[in-house]
Design a protein around this ligand. Sequence first.
Ligand code: PLP
Length: 495
Amino acid sequence: MSKQERAAGHFSINESLLFEEGSPGRRAFDLSPLDVPLKQMGDLMDPELLRGEIDGMPELSEVDVIRHFTRLSTWNYHIDLGLYPLGSCTMKYNPKINERVARLEGFAFAHPYLPAQMIQGALEVQKTLEDCLAEISGMDAITLQPAAGAHGELTGILMVRAYHESRGNPRRSILIPDSAHGTNPASAAIAGYVVESVPSNKRGTIDIGALQKIVNHEVAAIMITNPNTLGIFESEIAEITELLHRQGALVYMDGANLNALMGMTRPGDFGIDVLHINLHKTFTTPHGGGGPGAGPVAVKKVLEPFLPYPVIESKTDGTYSFNYDRPHSIGRIKAYNGQFGMHVRALCYILANGAEGLKEVSEVAVLNANYIRSKLKSAYALAYDSASLHEVVFSDRLQARKDVHVWDIAKRLMDYGFHPPTVSFPLIVPGAIMIEPTESESRQELDAFVQAMLAIDTEAEQNPEIVKSAPHTTRVGRIDEAAAARKPILRWRAG
Ligand SMILES: *Cc1c(COP(=O)(O)O)cnc(C)c1O
């Protein structure tokens, strides 16, 4: 292979194994000689617990290791490379100023066990973020502890449980619409509740008639997503919250994605009692491999006593402290005080945008989703006619007539240089293609994506095989996804 080919990233798949071509005795480190007596490992630990040499383990120099991992990193698609249109998951650009601020020494090197008087600045960041999130969501109090959206859901439902228990009966069930994210029923079940499904109507929103029949005194709460995972606003939300409240039940909102709501309307104003907010979606902190998540939970006054402890308090003299004296608290749900670095990034994003800027974020996110909707709706079947907010859901119904299915379309998009959108979710849409462009994308990037989707539709008509056998340009072709899930190979082995 020529130097130019290498530079352009043209490696054959076998080169993923390059690191195995080390040679005995190569080292990636260089330590000075010991100046203390040598202890054998067996002196310190039970020899039975010690692992011997790993057979065939490659021996590599620092250059080998760095090149191996850097090469692998270039094989990935990522948000800094292009559009990442995952609906529901909101993959928006991670502003680099957030990273600069989170790396400031006082933030990055603050030890999590430092006493409150030595981390006043960090606590001010957290308290300010809490205040901003409370303002944006219309709620009364926030915990920043949960480390992800699902973790926030569990925290919220445990508070719902504690609330009902304090009134004598934890109640039995949680109602969840059939369009909900899968983490909702999982969180409710882990918190000890029976899950009851609420059907959607033809408009893709909650069927109020069906809901009325199942709400009773044993319902602890409904978990609602608004706009729901079809990108549709639950316009009867006021009736829904009133219906639940009349039976003494609470209303949980899955606010993983607030992209359509900021500056437009506030969950606290339409009757929500508790919601989680994903900083790694709406508030631009990195997702997945890019960094840990953060899923703060916002509550109304009635749930405030049950918040995880410690809570951060600001005193009249302008200082901050931790309050552990919370007799009704559900307890601690995360070590330290949550993913502090993510709190810094999210606050940076909120302050950089300001109130007007966040409102504009929502406007542009909705505009972009509707741009895609209008450009693709002649080629792809819309799942529902109702107005789309920040995301739009199509189905593969038209392409399926040629036996081209949603997974084929997703794989083929990779050949056109795009990460696929969310597919096969929400579950109530057969062959769902769920697209959320977010506000960070330019018209040019959206047009390029639209062109790729239209080209795939034409191919499905004229040359379905090329779509069905995609991807053709990636390092790895189509894998057996069932085998990958059932028989995962998670360990490297020699040879
Ligand atoms: C992403 C998401 C979640 C779960 O958030 P995690 O941080 O992945 O645990 C829950 N609900 C909705 C609607 C989501 O989009």
